[in-house]
Design a protein around this ligand. Structure first.
Ligand SMILES: Nc1ncnc2c1ncn2[C@@H]1O[C@H](COP(=O)(O)OP(=O)(O)O)[C@@H](O)[C@H]1O
Ligand SMILES: [Mg+2]
Length: 416
C-alpha cells in the first residue's frame, strides 16, 4: 500500500517537476524574447534619437542659413541709397527702408501699413506735377494695376521751384502677389544735366557772334570788296575777334581742367600765400605800379593747389585793375584768420563797383555787366575763381557798391 502510494507520489512529483521545468523554460524563453525585444526597441529608439538629433541639427543649419540670408537682405535693403517699399497684394506697404522714410520725411511706423493711396499723398503732398512729370493719378493707376508681372518707370517732378525730382519704378509680381516700389532721388543728376546742356548752348551762343564777324570780314576780303585804305581796320577787327575766341576757348579749357581736378587729380600742398601773391604780381602784372601787397612778414600758409591759387589771384587782380580808373590803387591783403585755421586773401579796388543785381550774377558763366565801350573779357574769370575756391573747400565773399569799389575775399583752409 505504502509502495503504491510512493510510486504514485513519484509519478506526481515527476509530472510536477516536468510541468515546472516547462514553465521555467517558457518563462526563460519569454524573458529572453522580451529582453531581445527591449534591446531592439532600445536600438530603434537610439537610432530614432540619432536621426532626430541629425534632423534638428540640419534644421538649425537651414534656419541659421535662412536667418543669415534674411539679415543680409535686410542690411542690403537698408543700405540701398534708393527708397524701397514692398507692397502686399492688397497694396498696403509691408516693408520700407530708411532711405524711403528720409525722402518722404516720415517715420517707418508711418509708412508700414500705409495704403498705396496714402503713399502717393505723402509723395506729392498736394504739389502739381511739372511738364515732364508723372501725375499722382497716373502713379496711382499704375500701383493699382492688377495681375500680371509688369514693370513701370516714370519721373516724378513738381511744378514748385527747388523741389526734388524722383524716378519711380514699380515691379509687379506675377499673379498679383505684391509690388516692389523703388524711389530714386534724381534732383542733382537732372539739375546737372540741365546745367550742362544750358552751358553747351551758352558756349555755342558766345562763340557764334565773333565767329560770324570773322566769317563776314573774311568774305569781304575774299570778294575784294574792301578798299585798300580800309583794310587795316578790317585786319584789326579780325585780330580782336580771333583774340576774343581764343580767350573764351582758353578760359573754357582752364575751367574744364579745374573741374577735372576737382574729381580727383588736385595736388594739394603747402602754399605760402605771401610769396604766391608777390610772384603773381611780378610775373603777370610786372608793368603795373598800382598794386600794393599788404601782408605780415611771416609766411601765411594755405593748403592748396599752387597753380590754381595763382590763377584765382590773377583773375581777381585783373578784374580790380580792369574795372577801376587807371590811376587808382589796387590792394592785395593776405592774413591768417579763424585762429590759424583759415587763410584769407582779399583783392580790393576803388573802381566802378557793381549793383546788387550785378553782384548776384557776377559768378555765373559768361556773365558780364554790359557797359558799352567797357573793358573786354570772357565773363568766365569769376566762374573760374569760384570753381577753384569750391575745390579747396573754401569760401568767397564779394563786397561791392556801384561807383565805390569792390573787394573779393577768398577764405581758404590753412595748412596744418
Ligand atoms: N572788381 C570789379 N569791379 C566791378 N565789376 C566787376 C569786378 N569784377 C568783376 N566785375 C563784374 O563781373 C563781371 C564778371 O567778371 P569776370 O567773370 O571776371 O568776367 P570778365 O572780367 O571777363 O568780364 C564783369 O564783367 C564785371 O561786370
Ligand atoms: Mg575777369
Amino acid at each position: 500500500m505504502w509502495r503504491i502510494l510512493a510510486t504514485v507520489g513519484d509519478g506526481v512529483r515527476e509530472s510536477l517537476s516536468n510541468t515546472s521545468q516547462r514553465s521555467l523554460t517558457i518563462i526563460v524563453l519569454f524573458g529572453l524574447v522580451s529582453s531581445l525585444l527591449i534591446v531592439r526597441l532600445h536600438l530603434i529608439q537610439a537610432r530614432t534619437m540619432r536621426e532626430l538629433v541629425a534632423l534638428a541639427e540640419r534644421e538649425a543649419v537651414i534656419s541659421n542659413g535662412l536667418r543669415r540670408k534674411k539679415e543680409r537682405l535686410r542690411t542690403l535693403f537698408q543700405a540701398m541709397p534708393d527708397g524701397v517699399a514692398a507692397l502686399r497684394h492688397d497694396r498696403v506697404i509691408d516693408e520700407a527702408n530708411d532711405a524711403l522714410c528720409e525722402m518722404l520725411g516720415v517715420s517707418l511706423s508711418q509708412l508700414r501699413g500705409a495704403t498705396h493711396r496714402e503713399f502717393v499723398q505723402l509723395l506729392y503732398r498736394g504739389r502739381q506735377p511739372s511738364r515732364h512729370g508723372c501725375s499722382a493719378a497716373e502713379l496711382l493707376a499704375e500701383l493699382d494695376r492688377p495681375g500680371a508681372a509688369t514693370e513701370f518707370a516714370a519721373l516724378v517732378e513738381f511744378d514748385v521751384p527747388d523741389s526734388p525730382t524722383y524716378e519711380v519704378r514699380l515691379v509687379h509680381a506675377a499673379n498679383g502677389n505684391g509690388t516692389v516700389l523703388v524711389l530714386r532721388d534724381m534732383t542733382d543728376r537732372i539739375r546737372h544735366e540741365r546745367m550742362k546742356s544750358h552751358f553747351v548752348s551758352t558756349v555755342a551762343h558766345e562763340l557764334k557772334s565773333p565767329m560770324a564777324s570773322v566769317a563776314g570780314y573774311a568774305e569781304l576780303l575774299a570778294e575784294n570788296m574792301v578798299p585798300q585804305d580800309k583794310r587795316p581796320r578790317i585786319y584789326q577787327a579780325l585780330r580782336s575777334r580771333a583774340a576774343q575766341i581764343n580767350g573764351i576757348l582758353s578760359d573754357l579749357l582752364d575751367l574744364a581742367r579745374i573741374e577735372a581736378r576737382s574729381t580727383g587729380q588736385a595736388e594739394m600742398q603747402k602754399v605760402d600765400m605771401n610769396s604766391l601773391a608777390r610772384s603773381v604780381v611780378a610775373n603777370a602784372f610786372s608793368e603795373e605800379r598800382r598794386i600794393r601787397i599788404v601782408a605780415a612778414r611771416e609766411p601765411v600758409i594755405a593748403r592748396g593747389d599752387r597753380q590754381q591759387l595763382e590763377r584765382a589771384i590773377r583773375n581777381l587782380i585783373d578784374n580790380a585793375l580792369k574795372y577801376s580808373e587807371p590811376q587808382s590803387a589796387v590792394e592785395v591783403a593776405i592774413a591768417a584768420a579763424d585762429a590759424g585755421d583759415k587763410v584769407s586773401i582779399c583783392v580790393l579796388d576803388k573802381g566802378i563797383g557793381m549793383t546788387q543785381e550785378e553782384a548776384h550774377m557776377a559768378f555765373n558763366c559768361f556773365y558780364r555787366a554790359g557797359r558799352p565801350g567797357g573793358p573786354s573779357g570772357t565773363g568766365l574769370g569769376l566762374t573760374i575763381v569760384r570753381q577753384i575756391v569750391l575745390q579747396h573747400c573754401g569760401e568767397i565773399v564779394l563786397d561791392t557798391e556801384s561807383g565805390r569799389g569792390t573787394s573779393v575775399t577768398l577764405h581758404l583752409p590753412a595748412a596744418a
